[in-house]
Design a protein around this ligand. Structure first.
Ligand SMILES: Nc1ncnc2c1ncn2[C@@H]1O[C@H](COP(=O)(O)OP(=O)(O)O)[C@@H](O)[C@H]1O
Ligand SMILES: [Mg+2]
Length: 349
């Protein structure tokens, strides 16, 4: 898994008993700064971008292969059935009928000798869906409680929510920016990839006027199904809302509050929230969420036995498994697809 935060690659070797994951080894490979910059450049139109995108796909396949080999070095004797490889999103435009995750899956199969399942989102988009989020089906299998209303919130570059109301099918959507804007602002002003524990944000104060302008973004008012990415929430979007007299730490405090507020307004009556993704480490963000949802118990998925830093990687291993078993894994109620689909393209070993 390599998400929109562009922090790096989460790799996990996982087996399943029914749908329950058993994690055998984990490996995180951070992206070098120059790689991150090059991927960011591919998010916008540029000269010769088609060629550059293909070259980047090859480079990513080599990194994914390195991550796989590091995982297997920890468990050398286990046969591996398949790799589920999400790839790196460089465009997400379900409104125009496409979403693009790069990472040359054919090359990854070649470099590892293992069958690769990739391009999980396109089939759902082809069926009229958002192609995202895809993790709610997995959340439903592992976190549903018969009596307790739970919500799972993944705070990656974008934050997404899965609602598990007892007796009702799972619902979910992308709430809005998770870490992405905070990371970008932090890089611009502190030359740091992220605001550790949200401490810089806590040194500033929320600017109510700016927060209101950001919250007025029509995306937040749209009913689900909906999904988002860097195509909408990027530094340019933020700067369009600034008056340029704000203290940088106050902007950071406001961005943190924006993430918390858009998550809180997506929660409808859940008794328990389980956080996962890198944003779950952001202590200030968790405090802000608790203030907005005082009656809700807020935990991390680690408290439920699944490492929140690897949950999405585990979910894509599960999605790969569903593909190989010929089982549709999108939730039309979540993505808006016209029907259930088998997700992913197979590159056989
Ligand atoms: N200790 C921390 N404090 C604040 N933010 C953190 C911390 N650890 C990780 N993060 C955030 O989590 C992000 C990575 O989250 P991740 O779940 O991998 O997102 P994605 O799926 O988009 O790659 C980092 O870019 C950073 O913003
Ligand atoms: Mg990540």
């Amino acid at each position: 898994m390599s998400g929109t935060s562009l922090d790096g690659i989460d790799a996990v070797l996982v087996g399943f008993e029914q749908d329950h994951p058993i994690v055998l080894s984990k490996f995180f490979m951070p992206y070098a700064e120059d790689l991150k910059r090059s991927i960011l450049e591919l998010q916008h139109p540029s000269h010769d971008e088609l060629h550059l995108t293909q070259l980047m796909g090859n480079r990513l396949a080599e990194l994914y292969s390195g991550a796989v080999h590091s995982l297997l070095a920890q468990e050398p004797h286990l046969p591996v059935r398949a790799i589920g490889c999400h790839g790196q999103t460089i465009r997400h435009r379900p409104d125009l009928g496409y979403t693009l995750q790069i990472g040359n899956a054919a090359l990854l199969a070649e470099l590892t000798g293992i069958t690769v399942i990739s391009d999980f989102r396109s089939r759902d988009v082809a069926a009229g869906g958002q192609g995202a989020p895809l993790v709610p089906a997995f959340h439903d299998r592992v976190f549903r409680h018969p009596e307790i209303h739970r919500a799972i919130v993944n705070i990656g570059g974008i934050s997404n929510l899965t609602d598990l109301t007892p007796g009702l099918p799972a619902t979910g959507f992308d709430c809005g920016p998770g870490n992405m804007l905070m990371d970008a602002w932090c890089m611009e002003h502190l030359q740091e990839p992220y605001d550790r524990d949200g401490s810089w944000a806590e040194s500033g104060k929320v600017l109510p006027g700016l927060l209101d302008r950001l919250l007025a973004e029509p995306y937040f008012m749209l009913p689900p199904p909906k999904s988002s990415g860097r195509d909408l929430f990027n530094l340019g979007w933020l700067k369009n809302h600034l008056q340029n007299d704000e203290a940088p730490e106050d902007v950071q405090a406001t961005l943190l509050q924006l993430t918390a507020a858009t998550i809180a307004q997506a929660i409808h009556g859940a008794q328990e929230i389980y956080l996962c993704g890198g944003g779950a480490h952001n202590i200030a963000l968790r405090r802000a969420l608790s203030r907005l949802l005082p009656a809700t118990i807020i935990r991390t998925t680690n408290d439920a036995g699944i490492d929140g830093d690897y949950l999405e990687a585990i979910a894509f291993a599960w999605l790969a498994r569903q593909n190989l078993m010929g089982i549709p894994a999108n939730l039309p109620l979540v993505t808006g697809a016209a029907h259930p689909c088998i997700l992913g393209a197979v590159y056989s070993a």
